[in-house]
Design a binder for this molecule. Structure first.
Ligand code: RUB
Length: 303
């Protein structure tokens, strides 16, 4: 299998997971594939770009970061002469990846300030954004502990626990149904996001809304930590963010034939449950976050 197809398959089977890593790896795979193009003129090349793009987008439906990043890389190339398109896509990829790294660092700095000495921070699933915040807090010398849940059926919570413990951060790990217990001693809940809609709903790993409700009852602030390019501008025009449904056998291989399993990968978190969204732009309430995205990233609304 070539690099392009191998990357798509890794995204599909979650060897590459988490919205930010998916977006970066998908963008590199896109450039690899389009660089092999045999298109003879601009129209043919644009058609090819769209076909490759769609193939990538179909790997994980609930990933606007991936869609925004690839659309951004493509956007300026469309007005160019045929022979400049592919070289400019390469330049755009490198610029975008550099910019993403810089903004991810800014985001981690902002988020780390929310973790105080002696805190217990709760998280669910594996978010590279949340992990980078915890690592930054540790780097600045803050003593704190993390509680996290394992995240069935694919146990991304173990990945979080492994990374944090390897970094010297104290971690206490719980089964998903013990989430309320894991939260009880927590001072702050920090989770990632896969998508944010125009109505301020955040879409993240299944369980995220249930656990946010528990956090609200316990008066624990809920922070969503996310790069702002996870905003789905199409939701403004009435399109729903699709919630990915995955195969039954992830949940129960060898289940009785007539048992039906709804294996949703993600769920929507109502904005009323969210204390703030921490992004590279700062910390905002969901509605203000959207206004800020509109102000800064006009291109998201024109593609
Ligand atoms: C991962 C998940 C993460 C977000 C954010 O789900 O829900 O919280 O993707 O991750 P999956 P990041 O394992 O199904 O991809 O902060 O790394 O973008």
């Amino acid at each position: 299998m070539d690099y392009f197809n191998a990357t798509l398959s890794k995204i599909r089977n979650l060897e590459i997971q988490g919205a930010a890593d998916i977006a970066k790896e998908a963008s590199k795979a896109f450039i690899f594939k389009i660089s092999e193009s045999k298109s003879k003129d601009k129209d043919e090349l644009i058609r090819e770009i769209n076909t490759i793009k769609q193939k990538i987008f179909n790997t994980r439906p609930t990933e606007p970061f991936m869609r925004n990043m690839i659309n951004h890389i493509i956007s300026s190339a469309q007005d160019m002469d045929f022979k400049y398109i592919i070289p400019s896509l390469h330049i755009n990829l490198n610029k975008t990846l550099r910019w993403t790294t810089k903004t991810e660092r800014e985001l981690a700095n902002i988020g780390a300030k929310k973790i105080k000495k002696g805190y217990v921070a709760y998280t669910h699933c594996h978010s590279s954004t949340v992990v980078s915040i915890f690592k930054k807090a540790k780097d600045t010398g803050i003593e704190f502990e993390v509680h996290n849940t394992e995240t069935r059926p694919l146990y991304q919570g173990r990945k979080t626990a492994k990374e944090l413990v390897a970094y010297g951060i104290k971690i206490r790990h719980y089964v998903d149904s013990a989430a309320r217990l894991a939260l009880k001693k927590a001072d702050i809940m920090m989770i990632g996001a896969d998508a944010i809609t125009s109505e301020g709903q955040v879409i993240n790993k299944i369980g995220s809304e249930l656990i946010s409700e528990a956090a609200n009852r316990l008066n624990i602030p809920v922070y969503v930590c996310t790069h702002s390019w996870k905003f789905n501008s199409e939701t403004i025009f009435g399109f729903d963010e699709v919630i990915e449904k995955r195969v039954e056998k992830e949940v129960w291989p060898g289940k009785p034939r007539k048992v039906i399993i709804d294996n949703y990968a993600f769920e929507k978190i109502d904005p009323s449950l969210i204390t703030g969204i921490i992004s590279e732009m700062g910390i905002y309430r969901p509605q203000n976050f959207i206004e800020e995205v509109k102000r800064r990233y006009k291109w998201m609304f024109t593609i």
